[in-house]
Design a protein around this ligand. Structure first.
Ligand code: SAH
Length: 418
């Protein structure tokens, strides 16, 4: 092996050193034994000073038993994220590459089915790669490294993505994620190319017959809400002939699916003028230059717009509510519940008889049970009866590890007013 290889900073030379040990407090090994990947700072009895950010540590119980290996994050409350529960497998570049290859293989069927050319390739903890999200848009991968461990393995991850994906054109990074601050990592705006060719300003993807432009530099998350793919399809299947109000439309996804499926008219509502501008381009790409006959765009606060619709006597055959996360943590759940109830109650009153309400929550802290309860209370106050016609959740490219319930966050109900 040439000496330059072993002496590269932070590369193989460092990793061959004896691993630092992190000893847990008595009893705190339980969640690790259940294969939950997070170890909070409060569970740790002792850790040597100066362990490098993202470097691999051996995790041992108070009795000195090896529980596996994880990535150390000195700045975060989540001090260690487990990479391996196998005592015989010290994480190294080959383990990380294998996980990437496996994650990509899991999306193979979805992508080769041809419905869409965009998918989440790596879903963090649930794909055995804590803190790593990779979304693929027509051959361009956009990654977020939101843990010290993911940042540490960045070079290996990029190489593995380029090596394992057929037709891959680039790997870029979005580093404007708050989680990076909690991990002591730098926060940067924009898109940063890591390998391959520079992606275009807008990347064109499709979902069935719907064409959508994704802005990987300024768009939300990595550019688009891939998690709602299945829900957009389901909502489309209920849309024919209806007058639709798509609230929190972002770049118009639900509304354009509804229009493509034969909705009579769609109004897209969002506070972001940039999102609506891209929504107009998306509408034109799918529906043609005459899209304005079937679709309009309102730059408005949904809470106010729904009240304005109520006061002006408007009625709709379908209303979609896909708001941003109202609860960031458990402590905000009560306040969030009031927000969900408010918009759902207003929307329910605006529905024609037989109308459809497609309502979603992406707050992980809000459980499915609680969401159902809040929506049921809204129906009670609206004095209307509803059937659950369909239930939706994050799509198949957002799998959730059974040992990591935190990965389950998105839920949706398609309700029919009776
Ligand atoms: N349904 C979309 C994703 C919605 S994301 C899709 O399938 O692609 C949430 C959107 O809500 C964002 O575009 C954000 O700009 C918008 N938003 C947040 N608060 C809002 C408010 N009070 N009124 C209107 N839009 C809002």
């Amino acid at each position: 092996m040439p000496s330059t290889y072993a002496s590269r900073k932070g590369f193989s030379g460092e990793r061959k050193d004896r691993l630092e040990k992190i000893e847990l407090k008595a009893g705190r090994e339980k969640s690790v034994l259940r294969r939950h990947p997070w170890i909070f700072s409060g569970a740790i009895a002792s850790a040597t000073d100066g362990i490098g950010s993202g470097s691999t540590v051996e995790v041992v119980s108070a009795k000195g038993e090896c529980l596996g290996y994880g990535s150390f994050s000195p700045a975060s409350q989540i001090r260690v994220r487990m990479l391996s529960f196998d005592r015989g497998r010290v994480p190294d570049a080959s383990l990380v590459s294998e996980r990437i290859a496996l994650a990509a293989a899991r999306r193979e069927a979805l992508l080769s089915a041809g419905y869409s050319n965009a998918a989440r390739l790596v879903n963090a903890e649930s794909d055995g790669l804590p803190g790593l999200v990779v979304d693929l848009y027509a051959g361009h991968a956009v990654a977020q490294f939101t843990s010290a461990g993911a940042e540490y393995w960045k070079g290996t991850i990029v190489e593995a993505l380029m090596a394992n994906l057929r037709g891959i054109r680039s790997v870029s990074e979005r580093a404007d994620v708050d989680a990076r601050r909690k991990e002591g990592l730098d926060f940067k705006e924009g898109l940063h190319l890591l390998a391959g060719e520079e992606p275009p300003e807008l990347i064109e993807i499709h979902e069935g017959a719907v064409k959508l432009f994704v802005d990987p530099r300024k768009g939300h998350k990595t550019g688009f809400y891939l998690d709602q793919r299945a829900a957009r399809r389901t909502v489309g299947s209920f849309a024919k002939g209806r007058t639709v109000l798509n609230c929190f439309s972002y770049t118009g996804g639900f509304g354009i699916h509804a229009a493509a499926a034969g909705a009579a008219h769609v109004t897209q509502v969002d506070v972001s003028s940039d999102a609506l501008a891209l929504g107009r381009r998306n509408a034109e790409a799918t529906l043609g230059p005459g899209y304005g006959e079937k679709m309009d765009f309102a730059e408005a606060d949904v809470f106010k717009h729904l009240r304005w619709c109520r006061d002006s006597g408007k009625r709709f055959g379908m209303i979609i509510l896909d708001p941003p996360k109202f609860a960031e943590s458990k402590s905000q759940v009560l306040k969030a519940a009031r927000g969900y109830k408010d918009i759902n109650l207003l929307a329910m009153k605006l529905l024609e008889p037989g109308g459809i309400l497609a309502t979603f929550s992406c707050s992980g802290a809000m459980t499915e049970d609680l969401f159902l309860k809040v929506v049921a209370e809204a129906a009670e106050d609206a004095k209307r009866d509803f059937q659950i016609a369909a239930r939706t959740g994050q799509d198949a490219d957002h799998p959730v590890s059974l040992a990591f319930p935190e990965g389950l966050y998105l839920k949706g109900l398609v309700l029919r007013a009776v």
